[in-house]
Write a protein that binds this ligand. Sequence first.
Ligand code: GLY
Length: 350
Amino acid sequence: MQKVTIQASRSYDILIGSGLLATLGEEARKFPKVKTVCIVSETNVYPLHGAAAEKSLTDAGFKVVSYVFPAGEESKSGETYLSLLNFLAENQLTRSDLLVALGGGVVGDLTGFAAATFLRGVKFIQVPTTLLAAVDSSVGGKTAIDLPAGKNLAGAFYQPSLVLCDTDTLTTLPREIFLDGCAEVIKYGVIYDRAFFDYLKETGPGFDREMVIKRCVELKRDVVMEDEFDTGNRMKLNLGHTIGHGVEARSHFLLSHGKSVAIGMAMVSRAAAKKGMLSQEDADAIQEILADYGLPLRTEYTAAELVGYMLSDKKRSGGTIPLIIPTEIGHCEIIPTPVEALTAFVKAGQ
Ligand code: GLY
């Protein structure tokens, strides 16, 4: 088992290893005064891992209730959020009780936001069951729901009390979902660590999962501890996301987050190479690794269409959007880009 500790507004451990789901109850016991635990999950994940999570918690002496919502991004809504809060209230959870987010990014973000706001804040444990959630969304305290106007538009920074990542749960993932997580894994290599990038290039998707999750989480820990509230260097984690969100939204969420981010990374690399900010060799290497992992590099949507969706980016401030530009593999810069210059930049990446 691997352990990474984050010291932010709340200090917590991220445990990574095989068989950890069975230790959920024992880990939850470490938090004093908890009597009732609410497992929050969705209809794809709960049938696979719900019983194991419930057993571990009941064996440890907790009263357990479970709230299971339909799988999919559409559930990350105000309706599901309010319905979950009502479920917690009806089941009389108190401030000293605990939520468990059992699932991928949708479950983690929604549960985290409910935990941040129910009774003005209750503890929650993230139990990520997708690679994407394990390496990114379960760590660092970003919680949110979507609004009709866009993704993640209502939320809070609210750190979990523990992240328990059982690598066995990743073996049940459909290949497509696993590859989505690979886009985020590759992203860490491009932003921070050429040696890690080279390792991922050499192994392909058969990499050592425990080691890779640990490395991603260590990199994320360092930036979250430096910039928990995302006003500076944490924005680098958005490499490929600004254009990627445009692609994802334009596809009406039919194209997955990971594939959209892969397209965003490839486009930003091509544009950076054209503008002389990144060597052609590194731009080619970034595109090659994405292609080797079976991820897409291009979209047929026009630059004008994408920019229309990119303008709702949360990080837009005044007349600029911060674009994350790779300047070499292992290093990125945050470049505030005037809204008027976005279309030309996106065109350069097509
Ligand atoms: N997913 C990007 C971040 O946590 O900042």
